[in-house]
Ligand binder design. Structure first.
Ligand code: ZN
Length: 285
């Protein structure tokens, strides 16, 4: 068996402070963020893992991401006036739950998770069991100040063959795993949680990694978004004084643009004559 345990305190409080939402929204967003951290820790590959729940009629969009560098960020775009259902399987027929892995070089893999079960953790368990054929147990918990989770997975037989059905060991450990309470997950040190759950088993805890809030936004990325919107739409966003401020939804960073900046963005000045001529001498370098 292998497992991952994650807990976010200060990083989660930073995220929660950016997008103040109803307690239930924060609870679900914290679970999405924790799930992204667990899956990133599970696959241990370069790139990022994100979890997105989109339900236009009830929730809006919840998005949590964790990168291989240990940075996390999350965002909730809620539907004004909509009521969040208590159960995952009641979020609506238009809902979508996805796990996306983005690798360096733009490679992208997305798995769609059927919206089954009362809680997100049940939907993820079902996904890993069916799509990845890996018996998996998941627990997720979140408040507005801390979020935490744990994942237990049956390691495929060496060589990749063999029965992928849950082993007797997985059944036993999975049963113990599911006895962990939200409070234990949210408040106890990982060592303590594992020692309490698996008293009779040999649990080896590998060195952990610090997770911190960080945003990957930049002026260049905002410019790319404006370019993809197209010139008429970008210009339409200018106010009467010919200015606009684009605000990053993840971190609150503002990026200001005015008419002349859009001119240069959509109509970059032609390179000066000879600017692209190559030269061996330092003068042309
Ligand atoms: Zn940002």
């Amino acid at each position: 068996m292998r497992g991952v345990i994650a807990r976010l305190g200060p990083a989660w409080r930073t995220i929660a402070a950016h997008g103040a939402g109803a307690p239930q929204v924060l609870n679900w967003l914290g679970q999405c963020q924790t799930a992204a951290a667990l899956f990133a820790g599970d696959i241990k590959m370069r790139g990022s893992v994100s979890v997105q729940l989109r339900a236009p009629s009830t929730v809006g969009t919840l998005f949590g991401e964790c990168t291989d560098a240990g940075t996390v960020r999350a965002i909730a775009r809620t539907v004004p006036g909509a009521t969040l259902p208590a159960r995952l399987d009641a979020v609506g027929g238009d809902a979508l739950l996805a796990i996306t892995i983005e690798r360096p070089g733009g490679l992208r893999y997305q798995g769609l998770v059927p919206l089954e079960g009362e809680r997100l953790e049940q939907a993820f368990e079902g996904y890993f069991e069916r799509s990845e054929q890996l018996p998996t147990a998941i627990r997720l918990a979140a408040t507005d100040t801390v979020c935490a989770g744990m994942l237990l997975q049956q390691v495929p037989d060496e060589g990749g063959h063999g029965d992928r059905a849950p082993s007797a060991d997985f059944e036993r450990l999975g049963f113990l795993f599911r006895t962990v309470t939200d409070e234990e997950l949210l408040t106890l040190a990982p060592e303590t949680v594992l020692r309490r759950l698996f008293v009779e088993d040999d649990v080896r805890l590998q060195p952990g990694r610090r997770l911190a809030f960080a945003c990957s936004c930049s002026r260049e990325r905002v410019e790319r978004v404006l370019l993809s919107l197209g010139e008429p739409e970008a210009r339409a966003a200018l106010d009467a004084a010919g200015a606009m401020a684009v605000r990053c939804e993840f971190c609150g960073q503002g990026y200001a643009f005015d008419r002349s900046m859009l001119d240069r963005l959509f109509h970059p000045p032609a390179a000066a004559p000879g600017a692209d001529r190559r030269s061996d001498g330092p003068a042309g370098a």
